[in-house]
Unconditional design. Structure first.
Length: 216
């Protein structure tokens, strides 16, 4: 009986492997479907499916006319951990759609390739606050001290802006500076701390105090 169960389990494993392979192949084909919603679902599916066969097709999907497809392609490429996507994702930082730019910035942090440092520093100047926030997060992950001064400037710019979304930029920049662990950030953080305190952002103030203690 035990032997019979072992054989059945092996057969089920074989069938499951073929089913997954079929699904991946179909999803790759779906990336070229004429219906945008089909392409959108296919591109999003690879966030969970770790199959590098999709890297090339997803890189092509970064050029799709549908912005949601491009967003999902960038998200999936970040998860697939293949550095051949770094160049195309850097190009996507210039996409006309801000959500695509933001997701490309975040994906570059996941791929952890220092080629992205310069382009992400430029993305700190993006007109969209979410793009700037994702760029800051990724620069913290890349752990390259070239980003320290640009991040300090991004923090100053975010504090000057009256846009309520810039509070998220401030938090992500502070988080990135904490990860970079560079004492050049201490004085700017102390100055920024006073501004945040005056604006009544208690959670932000506490976060920044912790970073200053860590850096000091």
């Amino acid at each position: 009986m035990k032997r019979t169960w072992a054989v059945l389990i092996m057969l089920l494993a074989v069938f499951a492997t073929h089913a997954v392979a079929y699904d991946v192949d179909k999803l790759i084909r779906d990336l070229n479907e004429s219906i945008p919603s089909v392409r959108e679902v296919a591109a999003r599916s690879f966030i969970e499916l770790n199959d590098i066969r999709a890297v090339g097709p997803l890189i092509e999907a970064l050029k799709d006319e549908d912005s949601v497809v491009r967003v999902n392609a960038a998200r999936s490429l970040g998860k697939l951990n293949d550095t051949s996507a770094v160049g195309p994702l850097i190009q996507a930082l210039d996409d006309e759609d801000a959500t695509v730019r933001g997701r490309a910035a975040y994906a570059l942090g996941e791929l952890n390739d220092i080629r992205a440092v310069g382009p992400l520093i430029e993305a700190l100047k993006d007109e969209d606050s979410n793009v700037r926030a994702y760029a800051a997060l990724s620069l913290g992950e890349l752990n390259d001290t070239r980003a320290v001064e640009p991040l300090i400037q991004a923090l100053k710019d975010a504090l000057r802006n009256e846009n309520r979304f810039d509070s998220y930029v401030q938090e992500t920049v502070v988080e990135a500076l904490g990860k970079l662990n560079d004492t050049r950030a201490v004085e700017p953080l102390i100055q920024a701390l006073g501004d945040a305190d005056c604006q009544g952002r208690r959670k932000t103030v506490q976060l920044w105090r912790n970073k200053i203690v860590h850096l000091s």
